[in-house]
Structure formats: structure tokens, C-alpha cells
Design a protein around this ligand. Structure first.
Ligand code: PEP
Length: 246
């Protein structure tokens, strides 16, 4: 049985005052689904100190545990600050920081070494989709971004079409089903049925309370990675509620 997961990515948003949103999420986080908030790194320790039923995660980590990497944060540092998850390979990191699949794989290994659960993001651009390359692109990202020791306990895969992030555009449920089915089949082929069946698959890209129920009804969608609609508990809690009801 895969535990459902509603993950919020605050990106570069939120000051200390925003942590009151965690209080407002406690009731929604009392259901079966796991609730995770990934605030900016500066807020992780404060968030973890008052997170209650909500898990706290980072939005990136360096592949090395320590060293001369000015401005970077390592996986053990995230762990010590109270994070239990880290998002890796988000399309904004791939685009803004030139992160390749190999970099994402090295970061994923570093996350595991620090006992963090890696949420590894994959997704096609609009151009990829229009050229009929969606599954090829996602297959290559999975092959390159996941190290060999994936388990259901150490890895979550998030399917995030780049063209759906922050745009209000959402794939059809058939399109989501096709990709999630492909990801599951790809994981089965590489890691075997038992391991692959335990890995949670999230959909991400313009998830809101108004479309959550429809998305969560898609087979092999185990939850969501939510950006904009995770910033306010009043938007995120109904998404968590929809996941609990799914
Ligand atoms: C994201 O950044 O991972 C994301 C899915 O953003 P949004 O929900 O705002 O589209």
C-alpha cells in the first residue's frame, strides 16, 4: 500500500510569518495522506520546530556532503535542520541552474545517504509534447536521474509537465494516466515489480482544489506536488482533503 502524499513547494516565497500556515494545515494533515511542505531553506529549521503533523522538506541539495561550494546546502544540513524530504531535479532547477540528469542522480544519492526521501521530478516541455516526444523525454530523465538503489521508502517520482507549472494549464486525465502508467512500467522494468510498486508517483502542475479530485482519481496518481496553491493553507488544505477522500 502506497501512502498518499500531498507535497507543497513554496519555491522562493515565504518569510517567518508564513509558518502560521503550518498551524492551519494540522487538521487536514490528520488524515491518512502524508502532508509535506518544502519552504525556502532559511525557514526549514523554524518550520520543523513547529511542523506538528506536517513533514518538512528542502527544495534542492548539493551532491557533496560538505566542501567549498559557496551558497549551496548539503543533504546532511537539510536533515539536521529537520527536513525528511528533498525535491530534486525540479524543472526550474534544471532550467535555471543547468542541472542534468547526472547531477540529479548524484543529488539523489546524496539525499539517500543523509536519510532524506528524494522527490525526483521529471516532465516534458511543450515542445517535447508537440513533437510527440513526451515518453522518450521522461524515459531518458528516469534512466539518468535515478540511481540503482531506488526503493519505495527512499524515492518519490513527480511527473511535472513543464508547460503546466504555474500556468493554469493542466493535461487531460488521459494524458496524466498515460505518463503515470509509463513511469510505473519503466520503474518495474528497471527495479522489478515489488520495488517499483512501492514507489509513489505524484502529479504536479497547476493543481488546485477545483481540479484535485479529478486528478487524484487517475490510476497511479498517489498525490500531488503543488506550487502556488500550497502557499496558503486555505488553498492547500482542500487539496489534501481531496486526496484523503480519493
Ligand atoms: C511546482 O512548482 O512544482 C508546481 C507544480 O507549481 P504550480 O502548482 O504552481 O504549477
Amino acid at each position: 500500500m502506497r501512502r498518499k502524499l500531498a507535497a507543497g513547494n513554496w519555491k522562493m516565497n515565504g518569510a517567518l510569518a508564513a509558518l502560521s500556515e503550518l498551524d492551519a494545515l494540522q487538521e487536514a494533515a490528520s488524515g491518512d495522506a502524508e502532508v509535506l511542505i518544502c519552504p525556502p531553506a532559511t525557514l526549514i529549521a523554524s518550520a520543523a520546530a513547529k511542523s506538528g503533523k506536517v513533514a518538512i522538506g528542502g527544495q534542492d541539495c548539493h551532491a557533496a556532503a560538505s566542501g567549498a561550494h559557496t551558497g549551496d546546502i548539503s543533504a546532511p544540513m537539510l536533515r539536521e535542520a529537520g527536513a525528511t524530504y528533498v525535491i530534486l531535479g525540479h524543472s526550474e532547477r534544471r532550467a535555471d541552474h543547468g542541472e542534468t540528469d547526472a547531477v540529479v542522480a548524484a543529488k539523489t544519492q546524496a539525499a539517500w545517504d543523509a536519510r532524506l526521501i528524494a522527490i525526483v521530478c521529471v516532465g516534458e516541455t511543450l515542445d517535447d509534447r508537440e513533437r510527440g516526444k513526451t515518453l522518450d523525454v521522461i524515459g531518458a530523465q528516469l534512466a539518468g536521474s535515478l540511481p540503482d538503489d531506488v526503493t519505495g521508502a527512499n524515492t518519490v517520482v513527480a511527473y511535472e509537465p513543464v508547460w503546466a507549472i504555474g500556468t493554469g494549464k493542466v493535461p487531460t486525465t488521459d494524458q496524466i494516466a498515460e505518463v503515470h502508467n509509463f513511469i510505473r512500467a519503466t520503474l518495474i522494468q528497471r527495479f522489478g515489480n515489488e520495488i517499483a510498486s512501492a514507489v509513489r508517483l505524484l502529479y504536479g502542475g497547476s493543481v488546485k482544489a477545483s481540479n484535485a479530485t479529478q486528478i487524484f482519481a487517475v490510476p497511479d496518481v498517489d498525490g500531488a506536488l503543488v506550487g502556488g496553491a500550497s502557499l496558503k493553507a486555505s488553498d492547500f488544505a482542500p487539496i489534501v482533503d481531496a486526496l484523503n477522500a480519493a
